[in-house]
Write a protein that binds this ligand. Structure first.
Ligand SMILES: Nc1ncnc2c1ncn2[C@@H]1O[C@H](COP(=O)(O)OP(=O)(O)O)[C@@H](O)[C@H]1O
Ligand SMILES: [Mg+2]
Length: 242
């Protein structure tokens, strides 16, 4: 089976610094793959490369078997690969519904169809009752749900989640994890970047570990939690709770 996403020798250099170096991994349809690594490991750069916000220095990205290296964000989105942002950035002066409608316009030409899609998505992410609330008046938890909703509204085949648990309480984290798991059980494929080990270990089917831009390990959560190179990379990091 052709992987949904295939990353081959992906590299991005900033000046003299290799933020992502020779990275090779894949994501199959139906999986939740975790991408982890200490701060500065290259996770966000990798997402930017995959989602078309940055061009790679070298290497290639295949999506649904097609070479999509260097495509722009809107092209990737149209092809079915969408990302969410670590720092949630809704438009503050428009409603939750309107924020999600922006994503829905990727597939729907008319306002009516985009609104219908956006209402459906708001229900799916659990904030249907907040449809008419302005972006600025949503709580952090609601904003995280909105962020996922903005992504879902583009009707992706692969959704990239960047630190969706950041800033949430343990109870809220459990709620977000339940949402991601439910979406996955209904068929959505995820590539998830997360700094909190407990989250990634609980959520991922498979984990790719980065350090200084390169892959240092790949395996199931159980394998990764015992991998000496991974333990070394995380040594001294407070967040490490396997
Ligand atoms: N636009 C940029 N210009 C220069 N250096 C960058 C840029 N973006 C990221 N970096 C550097 O690349 C490395 C990886 O960063 P990043 O991808 O943000 O890591 P992570 O998300 O894993 O914390 C870091 O050393 C960071 O300082
Ligand atoms: Mg980051």
């Amino acid at each position: 089976m052709t992987p949904l996403l295939e990353v081959k020798n992906l590299t991005r250099v900033f000046g003299g610094l290799t933020a992502v170096g020779d990275l090779t991994f894949h994501v199959d349809s139906g999986e939740i793959v975790g991408l982890i690594g200490p701060n500065g490991a290259g996770k966000t750069t990798c997402f930017n490369l995959l989602a078309g916000a940055l061009r790679p220095t070298s290497g290639s990205v295949f999506f649904k078997g097609k070479d999509v290296t260097g495509r722009k964000s809107h092209q990737m989105c149209k092809l079915g690969l969408t990302r969410t942002f670590q720092v949630v950035q809704p438009f503050p002066d428009i409603t939750a519904l309107e924020n999600v409608m922006i994503g829905a316009f990727v597939r729907h030409g008319s306002t009516g169809a985009a609104e219908a899609k956006a209402r459906e998505v708001l229900d799916v992410v659990g904030i249907g009752h907040k449809a008419d609330v302005l972006g600025r008046d949503l709580t952090l938890m609601e904003l995280k749900r909105l962020e996922i909703g903005k992504g879902l509204a583009t009707e992706p085949d692969l959704l990239l989640l960047d630190e969706v648990a950041a800033g949430l309480t343990p109870v809220e984290i459990d709620d977000i994890l339940a949402l991601v798991r439910r979406l996955n059980s209904e068929g959505m494929t995820f590539l998830v970047v997360e700094h909190v080990m407990k989250v990634i270990m609980n959520l991922s089917h498979r984990i790719v570990v980065l350090n200084f831009g390169s892959q240092i390990a790949e395996g199931t959560p159980a394998e990764i939690s015992k991998n000496p190179a991974v333990l070394d990379a995380y040594l001294g990091e407070e967040e490490y709770v396997a």
